[in-house]
Design a protein around this ligand. Structure first.
Ligand code: ACM
Ligand code: ZN
Length: 742
């Protein structure tokens, strides 16, 4: 509170801006915003000025006049066209920018300096004191994107606008709209009415997770499409908020819906249906017949008229070559064009489309598979299967956008809590998103210039509802916006989290159904003077943790956590965050299995992948098993393509009766259990075969009494993923969790 000239207390909002600005200098005084205040602007900044005026007038009873207490000034000296200066003194608010887009970001910053009541019209006072400060700000990356898949599930135009509004608030400047896929074609193409009649609808939809057996379906027809009028409406709405909309029209793969409508677009003209389950499908556009290119060019002609964006995303991912191999037209094309194989045929396909679009003044973006068989000359690569695609493309002097599954896939689980809504798998908590540096280490300074930016992706197989889109996107999009906008040296997770806690109130006012995992307990096994001990933590520092070790639920009376809990026998810890009055977050539970290898020595060769290194080698013998559904948690270790050797040293020869471990087998995420495992003991070797299965978890156990000090596990990688599966042609991942020795 401060007291204004009339000595009435006035609320002051601490500045907790997301994404954090480059430079901010706060001073002691205040600017009083009330109905005495007016605004003037350079005509170039009308959109931003109108936004601010509307925000204030609709958010409160304050009316803005037209004197010049708040001014928008065009300043050609600001280098970055997206940059701005915001200066608040007791008498003036001055916004300087080179473009209206820059000015709009100043307005979004100013918005975050106003109380959340402005967001929903509930701000009741007649004035507000705004802290005086000076901000100079500009983005780190020119491409700051969020994606949304509307093919697997579709969302209303009204919702898409709400999504765009939220992105604008976070200074995200690109909306990647994934409009076509196997399960539905969602954009009206007037020349091809069956895309609306047939490709836009599926007969029914898979129930539950893809890996649930047996598969069941809901029996309900599902679908719809955006009319060209809807699309124009969305694009214009986004433009007003300085967001470019990039449409994605998938080719040659993920095309089953289109082929269901027009079977002649496939290789064998089979009659197929719009897909009702998830995955990768063999029915892709034929690359041999010229009519396919006529169809796609017609489609793209209509797409171009709707989207002014420089870029058109043409997909390019996950296209099995199964049909191309047996298709006469495709094989003829390979011969006629002197291509080596089907990968070069895919490259031919993409290059032909690129040429067409380049001639219309457009550039293409494709998923990193477009590198295979040779990159189209002007293509931008969206790197999703890790960052290797980005490195390769940047070294070839192609622009890249970073969106690796490990840090940017918001369809992954964000918490290990058992009550999370069903998701595709994986584990991508807020902190991991925040830790992502979009410039790969393998690039030098010159090559780094090709990294345009970064994007969060939301695939919606498991996301039928709009409030669930929000749940998956927020707060992870806050972290994404900050790594995309803010300078590396200004990024600090603890500080970010404290701002998220405040920002959540704004999301609440906007009726955005964000996920709140801020009050969850996190645990970690550490060594305290040689004794394995369990450390509990929570993100928000001013809260307390209460816990029990007997498996009962924590209450207001349970003991307060002060120091790590020794782990010397089987136990179950439950814990939760409390304030003085009540439990805040969900209850955390960890079960400890005190087996013979806990706390012993372990070595790995090679090390796990950096992005799935869990809690390191020691995590395999810490008494804690991994999550049954989230292979990205701290207990699972992931290795990409490598044969793995694990050596455990028990310190002295000991009698053992069994060795148990588990492998994750999430084949949709390219994770395969190995086919065998070999155990080497002090004086013998034994190998066990692992049966082939589709189960998501594969248990293996070795059961025999013997005496040994050393136990070595040799785990050969599954090998190359077979044709027709997701990730085919790539080496599989191996994921292993606790090695339990009794
Ligand atoms: C993708 O996730 N298939 C690009
Ligand atoms: Zn063909």
């Amino acid at each position: 509170m401060i007291f204004n000239c009339d000595q009435k207390p006035t609320e002051v909002v601490a500045s907790q801006i997301i994404p954090v600005p480059n430079e901010k200098v706060v001073s002691e005084s205040y600017f009083i915003l009330s109905s005495n205040i007016g605004m003037q602007y350079d005509v170039a900044f009308k959109t931003s000025a109108d936004f601010l005026k509307t925000f204030i007038e609709e958010g409160s009873s304050i009316k803005i006049k037209d004197n010049n207490d708040i001014t928008f000034i065009k300043d050609e000296n600001i280098k970055n066209p997206e940059g701005y200066q915001l200066e608040i003194t007791p008498s003036q608010i001055t916004i300087k920018a080179k473009t209206d887009q820059g000015a709009s970001y100043a307005v979004q910053t100013l918005r975050q300096l106003l109380p959340v009541g402005f967001e929903n019209g509930s701000f009741a006072s007649r004035e507000i004191a705004i802290q005086c400060l000076k901000i100079e700000d500009a983005p780190r990356f020119q491409y700051r994107g969020m994606h949304l898949d509307v093919a697997r599930h579709m969302f209303s135009v009204e919702f898409i606008k709400k999504y765009i509004d939220a992105l604008a608030m976070l200074k995200v400047n690109t909306f990647h709209w994934h409009l076509t896929d196997d399960q539905g074609w969602r954009i009206e193409i007037k020349k091809y009415p069956k895309l609306q009649q047939t490709a836009a609808f599926r007969d029914e939809t898979l129930v539950g997770h893809f890996s649930d057996q047996p598969s069941t379906y809901d029996g309900k027809r599902y679908g719809g499409f955006y009319t060209q009028e809807d699309i124009k409406d969305v694009v214009a709405y986004a433009k007003n908020r300085h967001i470019k909309v990039i449409p994605e029209i998938e080719m040659p793969g993920h095309a089953q819906a289109a082929i269901a409508a027009y079977p002649e677009l496939g290789c064998h003209e089979d009659s197929i249906k719009v897909a009702k389950t998830w995955g990768v499908f063999d029915d892709i556009f034929c690359a041999g017949k010229d009519e396919i290119f006529v169809f796609l060019q017609d489609v793209l002609d209509e797409v171009i008229t709707l989207f002014p964006s420089k870029y058109i995303h043409i997909g390019g991912d996950e296209a099995p070559k199964t049909h191309w191999k047996t298709c006469e037209a495709c094989q003829n094309r390979i011969k006629k064009e002197g291509l080596k194989d089907e990968h070069e045929l895919q490259s031919y396909f993409i290059q032909r489309i690129e040429k067409y679009l380049n001639n219309k003044g457009k550039q293409i973006i494709g998923w990193d598979e477009i590198l295979e068989g040779g990159l189209a000359p002007n293509a931008t690569v969206m790197s999703w299967r890790g960052t290797n695609g980005a490195v390769e493309a940047a070294k070839q002097h192609h622009n890249v956008i970073m969106t690796p599954t490990s840090h940017c896939y918001f369809d992954y689980y964000q918490s290990t809590n058992k009550d999370e809504p069903l998701a595709i798998g994986g584990y991508l908590p807020l902190e991991k998103v925040y830790s992502f540096n979009p410039i790969p280490e393998a690039l030098n300074q010159e090559e780094s210039q090709y990294v345009l930016g970064v994007q969060g992706n939301l695939w919606t197989e498991y996301i039928p509802k709009e409030n669930q889109v929000e749940y998956m996107v927020f707060p992870r999009a806050l972290a994404m916006s900050e790594i995309a906008w803010s300078k590396r040296e200004n990024i600090n997770y603890e500080d970010f989290v404290s701002r998220v806690e405040a920002f959540n109130k704004r999301l609440e006012a906007l009726e955005i159904n964000y996920a709140n995992h801020l009050y969850e307990v996190e645990g970690e096994l550490i060594s305290e003077q040689g004794v394995p001990s369990y450390k509990l933590e929570t993100l928000i520092k001013d809260k307390i943790i209460r816990f029990t070790t007997d498996g009962s639920l924590p209450t207001q009376e349970s003991q307060v956590y002060k120091k790590p809990i020794p782990f010397t026998e089987d136990m179950t810890i439950t814990a939760a965050v409390f304030n003085e009055k009540k439990q805040l977050g969900t209850t955390f539970t960890e079960t400890f299995n005190y087996h013979k290898a806990v706390g012993k020595n372990i070595t790995l060769n090679p090390d796990p992948s950096k992005v799935y290194s869990g809690s390191g080698a020691q995590g395999l013998i810490n008494g804690i098993s991994g999550s049954d559904s989230r292979y990205g948690d701290k207990e699972w270790l992931g290795f990409w393509g490598d044969d793995v050797e694990i050596t455990i040293d028990l310190g002295k020869a000991m009698e053992i009766n069994s060795i148990k471990t588990r492998f994750y087998n999430g084949q949709g995420q390219w994770i395969y259990a190995p086919k065998k495992i070999e155990f080497t003991f002090d004086s013998e070797i034994e190998s066990i075969n692992i049966p082939n299965t589709n189960d998501i978890l594969v248990n293996t156990s070795f059961n025999r009494k013997l005496k040994t000090r050393f136990i070595k596990l040799k785990i050969p990688n599954y090998g190359v993923i077979p044709e027709g599966r997701q990730g085919s042609g790539n080496k599989a991942w191996t994921f292993i969790d606790e090695i339990i020795i009794n």
